[in-house]
Design a protein around this ligand. Sequence first.
Ligand code: 3H9
Length: 684
Amino acid sequence: MAVTVQRHDDIAVVSMDNPPVNALGFALRSGLMHALTELRGAEGLKAIVLAGTPRAFSGGADITEFGKPMQEPNLRVVITAIEDMDIPVVAAIHGVALGGGLELALGCHARVAWASARLGLPEVKLGLLPGAGGTQRLPRVVGVEKALSMIVTGNPIGGKEAAEIGLVDALLDGAYPDAAVAWARGVAAGRRVRDREEKLQPARDDAGLIDRLAAPLLKASGAAAPKACVEAVRNATTMTFDDGAKAERHLFEQLVAGDESRAHRHAFFAEREAQKAKLPAGTVARKIERAAVIGAGTMGGGIAMCFANAGIPVTVIETEQAPLDRGLGRVGELYEGSAKRGSITADQARDRRSLIEGTIDIEAVRHADIVIEAVFEEMSVKRSVFERLDRIAKPGAILATNTSYLDIDQIAAVTSRPADVLGMHFFSPANVMRLLEIVRGSQTSPEVIATASELGKKLGKVSVVVGNCFGFVGNRILSKRTDAAERLLLDGASPQEVDKALTDFGFRMGPFAMADLAGLDIGMRIRKAFGKRAPVADAITDAGRYGQKTGKGYYIYEGRQSTPDPEVDAIIEAEAAKLGIKRRKIGQHEIIERLVYPMINEAARILDEGIADRPGDIDAIWLHGYNWPAWRGGPMFYANLVGLPTVRDKLTQFAAATGDKSLEPAPLLLRLADSGQGFGNGPQ
Ligand code: 3H9
């Protein structure tokens, strides 16, 4: 039974239990309605406690039901039924109360929470706005300022803060939900609870507060949902509750049927699916209690922080004391910075830092259950590190390389235990970026993959298992975009036009601003290693323009502020002239097509080769490692939305116009487009 009722003398506890997170699907909604009907007018009953499980009061509406016909009762009806009860209903919040879950609690006459609870309205992260009264009730309860920030950012708050701002009426500890029963008895004995009158008062928008607060919140995104959130909160200050709720419903219905929310919902499920590694049944992960990281550079330090943040002791190993001290010094500064900004407490910063040890003695890897190598990106260097690790690491230890494109099998081949070797490709900054590509070599054992996947979850990463090839999934696709961006310059676009097209599309940065940030010498080194040429990029790097670190790259920099540089235009024109290319103006739409369709094409090859298991895995990788805008769902979802026949035809045109055979549509793309299908389960 999803909903059960238990009497404790004069108090009834209505418990929701719909694993895993009490999503408010049909079973819970109808169960709640039955329970309320049963309890209405029940003899001797003074109050009701509405409880969930310790993990979740409720994770909100059941997202899988969106886009399907609604089975009544809908959530708004349930919330109104609660509000209309003639005895107080107290929401007892442990775990999460998110989205419709918090809206359900807001419909109750009082709320109590445990300090560890997380309360929020994250609908905006699904391309929606709260659609069951949240935009009208929350501003009335906590004021416009806090409500606007919670609704537009979608970020949850903790139980303690919820009590401070009056979102919950009391913070409880003790057994769940028994402590709430005792509290509800106090309500029955006359403790004041909110009433309907309070709800009818509009929230106050003093001196244009909403406009001032909304501007920075809306700045970063071209998405529609945040704007709808602001509009709905504004309605709470200008309309009656019922009119505001009606307007909210209208906005919700528009958004839930649109591409933006479909993209977000796809991203939500793709992210979770991608983390389910396909492994033989019964594969058991090994225990990871201690880690070692080879290399104290930016990557090594960031990876060590990931372990420390998850409470796993880690030893960072360098060849010399000076780089070790520099690396650990930087880690210390990052923790201090986080504590100063308030994202962690000073105690947490100290505890985490103390889990990281440094040494210049490689023998220290002897104690580690996993060793992650993060040294210079060159095969010979990596192989010599792995030879030594093989000699020292204990039997059963996992040996991982953080390479971003080198062949895992060549690295594993220098060890006597290739089954224990794999790639763990973190993204920079490793302590911030959520993606982790777990690269399986041809001999990596399932047990080792399972261990890395489980570890990835513990480290808070979105970890996706991929096959071994140049650049794996993410960078292999990226290299196609890089080639396309270079070609666009030769054909007539400027770096700023290409970058703007991508930022307007929703990326935080375009490829040239990104290259300047990463350092142009890095790209040059990789091209040289693989005998590749890129006339414009090579000429710019040869001119000593390495990007931000030299103050000049594709742009000129003053600090981080970039401006276009006529010298760069001259270099591009000269390179185009050498190749006999007649440059022309290229519109933004064409720029996007020429950047994105080759990525989709490469992704199709990656799927065909089995390098990625599912189209959604590729989306999850691009969403979490490369800042693909979530409201566009990932490259595979986007391809389905554009329509594969369009992508096929455009690629055929690009290939003919440039003579670049790699732009010809990949076999999988052709098969799917010709048979009217899309990638995976995306929109057709
Ligand atoms: C809404 O409420 C609209 C209303 O305003 C208006 C209505 C009219 N539905 O993340 P996890 C599944 S919109 C369906 O791995 P965690 C999830 O797919 C909703 N399924 O666990 C996964 O399945 P599987 C607003 C859901 O502990 C499993 O539960 N609410 C839902 O790391 C475990 O999830 C949100 O946006 C759902 N609502 O995190 C909250 N939620 O095992 C969305 C989860 O098969 N949810 N599942 O892969 C979350 O943020 C996290 O799941 C949560 C738990 C924090 C709850």
